[in-house]
Design a protein around this ligand. Sequence first.
Ligand SMILES: Cc1cc2nc3c(=O)[nH]c(=O)nc-3n(C[C@H](O)[C@H](O)[C@H](O)COP(=O)(O)OP(=O)(O)OC[C@H]3O[C@@H](n4cnc5c(N)ncnc54)[C@H](O)[C@@H]3O)c2cc1C
Length: 422
Amino acid sequence: MAQKWDVVIIGGGLAGFVAANYLAKRNLSILVLEKGKKVGGRARTDQIHEQYFNLGPHALSKKGKAMAILEELTIQVPGKSPKLGGVLVKEHLEYSAPFTPSGLLTTNLLNWKDRIEWANVLIKVISVNTKKLTTWTFEQWVQQTTESANIQSLLYLLGRLATYCHAPDQASAKIIVSHLKTVLNGVLYLDHGWQTIIDQLHNKAVVSGVQIETHKRVKHIAPLEQDSFKLVLSHDEEVFGKYVICTTGPYELQHMLGKKSNFPFTKMKPVKGATFDIALTQLPNPKKLFAMDINHPLYFSVHSNYARLSADAKNAVMHVFKYHHPDETINAKKVRDELEQFLEKIQPGWKNYEITSRFIPQITVNQRLPQIGDEKMLESCKRGIPGLYIAGDWASPDFILAEGAVSSAKQAAEDIMKKEKS
Ligand SMILES: Cc1cc2nc3c(=O)[nH]c(=O)nc-3n(C[C@H](O)[C@H](O)[C@H](O)COP(=O)(O)OP(=O)(O)OC[C@H]3O[C@@H](n4cnc5c(N)ncnc54)[C@H](O)[C@@H]3O)c2cc1C
């Protein structure tokens, strides 16, 4: 007879492992099912030719919710903070980024009037009460904050950098600005990539008795009558659980629930981007470590300047990234050319030093573009099926990215523990 678990967690990414670690503190039997052959989800790091490649540029906010929860779980996060300096590219010209006091003083991007206004706008970002922005889009907030087109472009750029969202007219100001505030407090690039976090969470879960199974895709979730679930896996294997935490994307969840599900997911759009991850034996221009384009949604950063990302500390591991608009149709070849040309501008002749690279034209960075009114929709998902809990970077009303994944996972675990006590 199939074993019945107290909690079955679908997905072995950040959210799945954070939930498992909290639940493991109680006397509950826990099973994590991961469809991939490796755990980690989008927080995994691949070792390619002895270089550590995160799935695109990953930075952990030092003062964010995720960091606080990881600390609570005694997870170490070795790494260093990148400097906020670097260059901004505008119509083939490069300017110092006005994100540090010296950048602000020296940049030719802004005239003196704009420099003073930009300094005031940054103070406003840090001090704004984001709870008052629930009914605003990011675009509306930016336009209300400054009339200067230059400064508006800088705010959009920082918004992209902090949240990967490239749709200011659709995105919620509350979420974008609150993440921006957190990111301005500093981020970390992690030694050996985000796998460092996953490995520790995984090992702690195993030691606490959590059962983790890879290569197990859940095909179907069937709520049973007595407050429990039957999960059907590939090869029609069956697993039973009293509670289920689902950390997959919303559409995968809908698919697993089948026609019976009336979750209001249709409105949700993912946040996507293209990533070009590269390792070079050396940087053609060692002084250029960070760049963004003002008018095009492009990013470049040398992560290995701050984090240990290859066996040979001399190698340079970097990410070039394009933020996709949610309604855009992607032409992979065009996007690759765009990223390579941007890299050529910043690091001319980089191809001569290439060790290895990886191009992913379309990757989901966050499962949900945060929009006005999402709170209500998520609340009704939460109440959808008793005993089924959702977690993941789309499942929190207040946070996205790792902050959303980790905080919604802790919340799901706490909700189950509360239910068990009552
Ligand atoms: C390019 C890029 C850059 C990013 N940069 C940052 C950053 O700088 N800062 C930040 O905070 N966040 C960043 N993120 C986001 C962060 O990586 C994610 O938010 C986080 O890893 C999501 O974790 P999760 O557990 O919610 O989802 P996932 O990692 O997607 O985990 C879900 C897991 O469920 C598994 N699964 C799916 N369906 C099934 C099924 N049917 N059966 C069994 N298993 C299933 C999947 O294989 C996956 O392992 C970035 C992401 C990307 C892609």
